[in-house]
Design a protein around this ligand. Structure first.
Ligand code: BGC
Length: 734
């Protein structure tokens, strides 16, 4: 791997701290941790309580403390009275305070030199170094290091290395802090603490789940520490006698286990016992302690993951760096041991409450399908697990079948606190079916399709049948919101209708392939395939044949034109913040790509002239207020050989999290998956697979990019694709 693989900042600022905490988030497939400092910052409290009200997250004015801790185990959720099931921020595990002569080291208050904080994307190790100029006149070099082990998934490994220029005593305080809230809400029903050799905390959540955390500090030559207990914070402080110039390494390990962990025989079962958690934590700690090459194993695993996913770009170092930033987060956020998907913030923050959107199928799934199909399988499996919830959801709206929630969490029932999206963004149901069909097509996993996928397809088809209305020989979907969230309650959205029609036709096709025994086992009625085929064929599509133009929705022309120059003067803030929602909702201003999405998802179905007409018209009225927007425009423009426009949109997409310091509330993980698609499927030309299984690669490299090399996996076979201008080479890998 050549090129910049280190995320780095050497300036601490109160304004940007929260961004770096999010941007350098670590994860190992079991847990994720924001890259907050080890020590308390400026006395900043992490247990502030407030009501985060249902609001549009994109436009919400969020709170901006200097620091926001975040320790997340996917699948560990709480119940918020207004926001529904939400990912819970767990007690702060990496906490370490340092004291010298009564002064506590504080990035906001202490004197220091040579600050540097880095995250190495090759092995996920977070480092920080600083030389602390204490008030007692001692210079203390401090290096903090931590990583979440890929080999021992429950284990956080941490070090603090100290060296002073004079003999001195540094008090090293290991702490575990349960005084934390999630979006201002306290999800802990009970918190029990033990403060002996190890610090232990044991929680019951308002979801009924249980979590156990334990933390141990080991310092050579230091046996005893003082115990401090203050409310939900427990701490142990050790005096460390530093001799001038001599280094001391304090080692810390942190363990998290929960009763929802997969390795438990019956996750979340009522026979839950504290002892089970405690025993498992001890076992994991021992396993880690017995292993002599813990870091090497961890590093090897990272190396393997990068090998199957890394994309090399020759001729564009910026794009190369940003894409690797995205791939790093896609690799670390993939949930390897649990049974949920990847939330909208990539488990790096609390915005969107840890919920799952269409982002999963349309933006994230392709990356995993092509690089790590076993991970992709987990994402589609998640939708199967929540099928019962989706069926309940349909019933609650008065329909049959399964209606996937716009915002999904543990149960599969709707968690979106805003009625507009919850009620109207029904395209999610087609997106789920589309995603699983793509997964099965590219991985060749027919078994999943037969055993589970067919159930999803059948139930979602039943939903469309009861939701659509037939008029003059055509099927209509009224009262819907397409991907463009700035127009609610439209009629016959092109995107929604096309996606529903496509999945209905595919469902009919797949149902017809089943033997009658299989059809029976599925509970399929004889007439169903025919019904879905007819509905798919006769779904209304708002297409003006004469003009060669697709309307975003059948009623789109009736919305008011808006003078963007007058309304949107300050382009550094989202358009949505410059206009009232009422006015926005009746104007021709798009939040994100909508109809143009179809040209990417169905690359060979629409004539070039139609694609050009549409994108040229819609682009002018698209605000890109959603981070999901730019990259799709990039790919569609690339297909139209508009290289400059294509690249310009890719640049906007790549800058969102790192360069524009947009990660304070978490990573825009859909955009990360989008950028991968932009480079691999856009510039890199991976256009799909022919029915005979052969790969189709049609590069659309921008002028200055000489070569792109990317690994992919199709039907269980691994390939390395190298594209240059008008040239593509596909080699099999072992
Ligand atoms: C976008 C949605 C997206 C959601 C979560 C919203 O701002 O409009 O398309 O699913 O964010 O990423």
């Amino acid at each position: 791997m050549t090129g910049q693989m280190i995320l780095k900042t050497d300036r601490y600022s109160r304004k940007d701290n929260k961004h770096y905490e999010g941007a350098m988030t670590q994860g190992n497939g079991y847990m994720n941790m924001r890259a907050s400092f080890e020590e308390d910052l400026s006395g900043e409290r992490q247990d502030e309580r407030y009501w985060r009200l249902p609001a549009n997250v994109t436009l919400e004015k969020i709170r901006n403390p200097i620091s926001k801790w975040g320790v997340y185990v996917p699948g560990i959720y709480g119940r918020h009275p207004l926001l529904g099931e939400e990912l819970v921020n767990l007690p702060y595990l990496p906490g370490v305070n340092l004291y010298c002569g009564g002064e506590r080291f504080d990035m906001d208050d202490s004197r220091y030199e040579g600050y540097e904080k880095t995250l190495d994307m090759r092995d996920g190790v977070l480092r920080r170094r600083v030389c602390w100029k204490t008030r007692t006149g001692v210079s203390v070099d401090i290096v903090w290091k931590r990583y979440l082990s890929l080999t021992f998934a429950h284990c956080m490994v941490q070090e603090v290395v100290l060296r002073s220029d004079k003999d001195t005593v540094i008090e090293v305080e290991n702490f575990l802090d349960g005084a934390v809230t999630t979006n201002g809400y306290d999800h802990f029903v009970s918190v029990e603490t033990v403060c002996e050799n190890d610090l232990e905390m044991y929680l019951e959540l308002d979801s009924g789940q249980h979590v156990f955390l334990s933390s141990r500090m080991e310092i050579p030559g230091v046996e005893k520490g003082h115990t401090y207990v203050q409310g939900r914070r427990i701490a142990k402080r050790y005096p460390v006698h530093l001799q001038a110039g001599k280094e001391v390494t304090c080692k810390k390990t942190g363990i998290i286990v929960t009763d929802a962990d997969e390795e438990r025989s019956a996750p979340g079962a009522s026979d839950y016992a504290v002892s089970d958690l405690v025993e498992r934590a001890a076992q994991y700690r021992d396993e880690y302690a017995r292993c002599e090459n813990g870091y090497e194993l961890h590093q090897k695993e990272w190396e393997r993951r990068w090998k199957d996913a890394d994309v090399e770009i020759q001729g564009d170092d910026q794009l190369q760096f940003h894409l690797r930033f995205c791939i790093y987060h896609l690799l670390r956020a993939a949930n390897r041991s649990g049974n949920v998907a990847i939330d909208a913030k990539g488990y790096a923050g609390e915005a969107y409450f840890g919920h799952y959107f269409w982002d999963t199928e349309i933006y994230l799934l392709p990356f995993y399908i092509y690089t790590e199909p076993e991970q992709a399988a987990k994402l589609v499996e998640y939708r199967y697990r929540t099928l019962e919830g989706a069926k309940k959801n349909a019933r609650s709206y008065g329909y049959e079948g399964a209606r996937y929630p716009w915002e999904s969490c543990i149960s599969g029932e709707e968690q979106c606190p805003n009625w507009q999206y919850a009620d109207l963004e029904i395209h999610i149901t087609a997106d789920v079916a589309y995603g699983l069909l793509e997964y099965c097509r590219i991985t060749g996993d027919r078994q999943f399709l037969k055993e589970k996928g067919m159930r999803i397809l059948l139930e979602t088809a039943r939903y469309w049948m009861s939701r659509a209305r037939k008029k003059d020989g055509k099927w209509h979907l009224e009262g819907v919101m397409g991907p463009d969230e700035y127009l609610p309650f439209t009629r016959d959205s092109a995107y929604t209708n096309y996606m529903a029609a496509y999945t209905l036709k595919k469902t009919a096709e797949e149902l017809s392939k089943l033997t009658s025994d299989e059809q029976q086992a599925l509970g399929m009625r004889e007439e169903e395939p025919g019904l879905y085929e007819e509905m798919g064929r006769n779904m209304y599509f708002p297409y003006d044949e004469e003009a060669g133009f697709i309307w975003q929705s059948d009623d789109f022309a009736s919305y008011e034109d808006i003078d963007f120059e007058r309304v949107w003067k300050d382009r550094s803030v989202p358009f949505g913040n410059c206009i009232s929602q009422e006015r926005n909702y009746r104007c021709k201003a798009l939040k994100q790509g909508d109809t143009v999405m179809l040209f990417y998802l169905f690359r060979d179905r629409f004539p070039e002239a139609v694609r050009r007409n549409c994108i040229d018209y819609y682009e002018k009225i698209t605000t890109h207020d959603s981070s999901l927007s730019h990259i799709i425009h990039s790919i569609v423009y690339g297909d139209l050989e508009e290289s400059e426009k294509s690249y310009a949109h890719a640049v906007k997409s790549m800058r969102i999290d790192w360069e524009e310091k947009g990660a304070a509330e978490g990573i825009h993980i859909a955009n990360a998956g989008g950028l991968w698609q932009g480079v691999v499927c856009g510039f890199g030309g991976l256009s799909g697979i022919y029915p005979d299984g052969s790969l189709r690669v049609e590069p659309a490299l921008p002028e200055h990019i000489r070569r792109i090399t990317y690994p992919i996996c199709v039907s269980g076979k691994r390939y390395l694709v190298t594209v240059e201008k008008d040239k593509a080479e596909i080699k099999e890998r072992e």
